[in-house]
Design a protein around this ligand. Sequence first.
Ligand SMILES: C[S@@+](CC[C@H](N)C(=O)[O-])C[C@H]1O[C@@H](n2cnc3c(N)ncnc32)[C@H](O)[C@@H]1O
Length: 188
Amino acid sequence: MSFKDHFFGKKATNYEAKRANKPKWRKEAVAVSQLFPPGIKTVLDIPVGTGRFFKLYKERGLIITGVDSSNDMLLQAKMKKVKATLLLGDIRNLDNIVGKFDVSVCIRLSNWLEPHDVAKALKELARVSHTIIFGIRTNCGSEPERNSGHLWVHSHPIFVKALRESSLSIYDERVIDTGGYKVYRLCS
Ligand SMILES: C[S@@+](CC[C@H](N)C(=O)[O-])C[C@H]1O[C@@H](n2cnc3c(N)ncnc32)[C@H](O)[C@@H]1O
């Protein structure tokens, strides 16, 4: 199963309603909010999805840019009628992103990324932002594994290596669940 089966058509329309009442959804929002560095003005949310964090950004008066590879998810974000620049794009190649953002937010994507693409994504995020808020589920083994048949649980040692290669360090983190899912604040 690929992400294409999930984030287009009805799956995009129903995405938020199906998840918004789940404890994990709320924990992620609290984590993102707590991990924001002080004094920021601009945010790049990738993948922005339905724009679930727009309220958090608006409360802080942030200038919002959102990127996603699904036009249908971007349409859901547009329907929130929040002032934001919304672009079609792929986290593995952010050549179309101009300038550097104070913070980028990447939640609920890494489990869809092939292990070798995690490092690519981190390098791109480090290139276009000063601070990264990044969600990832890792195990402590040396190999990534498949969870529920299609989602990736990444290897923590490989994640740490990818951080080093992107000149990034972990500055803070929040535990989302006991299965190794955390949201990190990363800085270069
Ligand atoms: C589970 S949703 C998460 C959206 C949002 N961050 C959230 O927490 O609700 C995953 C999103 O990643 C997008 N996506 C998948 N692969 C991508 C890629 N390579 N680059 C950018 N977006 C991607 C999908 O279209 C989908 O909107």
